[in-house]
Each structure stands twice: as C-alpha cells, then as structure tokens.
Ligand binder design. Sequence first.
Ligand code: ZN
Length: 101
Amino acid sequence: MFTPFTTWNQFITFMENIDKIHDEECWPWKGEVDDDGYGVYQRGKRLPEKVHELSWELFGGTIPTELVISQTCGNKLCANPKHLQAIINKEEENDYMEKPV
Ligand SMILES: [Zn+2]
C-alpha cells in the first residue's frame, strides 16, 4: 500500500480531493480546511492531518525530524509535491511568537 495510507479507500478519497490541473501548477485541496487555512485529511480514526504533509509522505517519503513541510508557492491549500520543501521549523516558531495571546 502507498505510504502513508493503509487502505485503498483512504488513498482514493485523498487523491479525489486534490485538484490536479497541471503537473507544474498548484494542486488545490478541495476538502476540509483547518483554522490556519491548511487542507486537512482524516485517516480513519486518527486526528485530521495536514494535506501537504501527507502529500510529502506519499510522493517524497518521510519527514525528517526537526523539519517541517512548507509550500514554496505560498498556497496553503497546495498539495503539489513539486511545490513542497522540508525546512527547519523556524518560521513556525516565528509565527507562533507573533500571534497575540
Ligand atoms: Zn503550489
């Protein structure tokens, strides 16, 4: 089975919710979106997970420890593996710091 999915149904539902127009362009997620504006997908009984991270795992492999996956195109709904990169978790820390309590 395709990592990170454990059943065909999970994989097919996931792919059906991605709008793949062109290989090079953004692949907007059509499913659920979280409070931060990221696409989320629920695998079975797990908590909803970020779509671009699942896409990274599906197309790119594992997420290195201490790194986060981010979209190079700036589109939070984009799931195109060509628009994804693994970066040090610095930006998220900054985002967190800037948020009002
Ligand atoms: Zn994109």
